[in-house]
Design a binder for this molecule. Structure first.
Ligand SMILES: [Zn+2]
Ligand SMILES: [Zn+2]
Length: 256
């Protein structure tokens, strides 16, 4: 069995003491690939470095909506340089977060639009973070993004209507440990209604630990719990879900 954790942040300092063990545990659980995403310039740099160090880790670079107000021409230049590394297979995570509003919304929207254009010019698929911003996310994607370039909306927790609109725009949907939470039956229904060939599994480590690890630091090994839940929702074997979702990730991120 080979799993693909399509979204993790194991470059974060929270893993400085035991990063190699975390990676070893993932391998022991059958995690064959990890995509480590950038959240700001610094973590994008660390993501690339990590991917250069480990054959089974790939990198995405980009500025998270929380840091949207730090996006400027200089940052764009640096991201572009980083994206030149062969380990970079996607641009992200980028998007809109109106839950925390850590950056003013108009600046989030500007950074999101600019980075979609940059990703497109670099011919990279995008990794989208969208929280409580359904309308603007869809509007901006329709205006700025060519569906053929592909992408994923990660840590899905929005409505069934939004999921349908994203599928129509050729997006993949990334599911985390959230789908294992007892009270989120509505989210499992969205999993069931998403075609299996459009699903990616992810941990979003260090966040979103699945049951029974809820509340603790997450790690890529636990993508297995997410895949198990997808298997239940689609009435498939775990092996089949691992095979399909891993292939989905390899195809989307053009990894051979
Ligand atoms: Zn995110
Ligand atoms: Zn993330």
């Amino acid at each position: 069995m080979e799993l693909f954790d399509s979204h993790a942040h194991i470059d974060f300092p929270r893993y400085n003491k035991d990063r190699n063990k975390v990676i070893d545990r993932a391998r022991a659980e059958g995690v064959r690939y990890i995509l480590n995403c950038g959240a700001d310039l610094e973590s994008s740099q660390r993501a690339v470095k990590l991917a250069q160090e480990f054959d089974d880790i790939f990198a995405a670079v980009g500025i998270h909506p929380h840091e949207g107000s730090t996006y400027n021409l200089e940052a764009a230049k640096k991201l572009q340089d980083l994206a030149g590394s062969e380990e970079v297979v996607a641009f992200g995570e980028i998007g809109l977060d109106y839950h925390y509003d850590n950056s003013p919304r108009d600046e989030q929207r500007q950074a999101f639009r600019a980075q979609l254009r940059l990703a497109s010019s670099l011919e990279l698929p995008v990794i989208i973070h969208s929280r409580e911003a359904e309308e603007d996310t869809i509007k901006i994607l329709k205006e700025e993004w060519d569906p053929e370039d592909g992408g994923v909306v990660h840590c899905y927790s929005s409505s069934a209507e939004m999921a349908k609109k994203l599928l129509d725009l050729n997006f993949h949907i990334g599911f985390t440990g959230l789908i294992t939470f007892k009270n989120l039956e509505w989210l499992r229904r969205i999993v069931s209604n998403t075609p299996i060939n459009k699903i990616l599994v992810e941990t979003d480590s260090p966040y979103m630990s699945p049951e029974p690890y809820r509340g603790r630091r997450n790690e890529p090994a636990r993508v297995k719990e997410v895949a198990m839940q997808v298997a239940k929702c689609h009435n498939l074997t775990m092996d089949k879900v691992a095979e399909i979702t891993t292939q989905n990730g390899l195809d989307l991120f053009k990894i051979n």
